[in-house]
Design a binder for this molecule. Structure first.
Ligand code: GEK
Length: 250
């Protein structure tokens, strides 16, 4: 299994295609996320702890847009450290990239502790039915769903949660105040620069993501969660323009 450094945008590209989760991205994905998302490892590890806190016996824990299964494995890790492990839990990872899911399956297969099953499904999370969930994690995935479909996605997730269930939503966000938008964006590019990305890489990646990753503000996310029926939500992690929000369904 190759673990390469992300050099996808290192050379000048005459024509910059829209960003896609293809095999080239899969091969560099762990390095890409580590160097491109401030706080990525903390968010994923703490998602696992939060999932373990809210997991209920005989329910499903969803990892929507699971990519290589980092959140699913963190959830499993959190659960296996609780004693006793709640019975009848299944972690369901869903992603619509076949290349991602294939690599994810081999990572899951080679994991040591399989006491909590992780089931993977190739599918579009907008149309895949969800039910009987105690935890739904949407870690850096809603931002890739067309904005007009996000309310419906949130409604579906809220309806799928059992009482006491939670949603963990991690996203790149934008800011209404142009001064804050500039502050966070500048700091984000500084973060990427410190992690070894050149100005060319940063600028070509930005172009590739332009119409693909469309951020909302924190208040748009929280309003959407409220409209969907979540009784409360809070930002539990923020580093520059990357946040994670937990929303409770009472
Ligand atoms: C992690 N959560 O490591 N349906 C299903 N999957 C989708 C859809 C869709 N409509 N749109 C995008 N994806 C992971 C990281 S990456 C974030 C998530 C990033 C999938 C897409 O194929 C990709 O695997 C994932 O969502 C987004 O915590 O690359 O910035």
């Amino acid at each position: 299994m190759s673990q390469q450094q992300d050099k996808l945008f290192a050379e000048p590209l005459g024509n910059i295609n829209e960003f896609r989760f293809d095999q080239g991205v899969v091969d560099v994905f762990p390095d890409m996320l580590q160097r491109s998302i401030p706080g990525y490892q903390s968010i994923i590890a703490q998602s696992g702890l939060l999932a373990a806190k809210y997991a209920q016996a005989n329910t499903t824990l969803y990892d929507l847009g699971c990519s290589l299964g980092a959140t699913s494995l963190a959830m499993r890790n959190g659960l296996t450290q609780t004693s006793p492990i709640p019975e009848g839990i299944v972690i369901a990872g869903i992603d619509n990239s076949a290349a991602m899911l294939e690599r994810c399956q081999s990572i899951i297969d080679s994991s040591a502790d399989k006491r909590v099953p992780i089931a993977l499904e190739l599918g579009d999370i907008s149309s895949t039915p969800l039910s009987n969930a105690s935890v739904i994690a949407l870690n850096f995935t809603l931002q890739f769903i067309p904005p007009e479909q996000r309310m419906e996605m949130m409604n579906k997730a809220a309806e799928a949660l059992v009482p006491g269930g939670v949603m963990i939503l991690s996203e790149k966000v934008c800011f209404d105040d142009p001064r804050l938008e500039k502050l966070h964006t500048d700091m984000y590019y500084n973060f990427k620069g410190l992690n070894g990305y050149s100005e060319l890489e940063i600028s070509q990646k930005r172009t590739a993501l332009e119409n693909v990753l469309i951020p909302d503000t924190i208040s748009e996310h929280q309003q959407r969660m409220k409209t969907a029926g979540f009784s409360t939500s809070t930002v539990w992690f923020q580093c520059f323009n990357f946040v994670s929000i937990i929303a409770l369904r009472s």
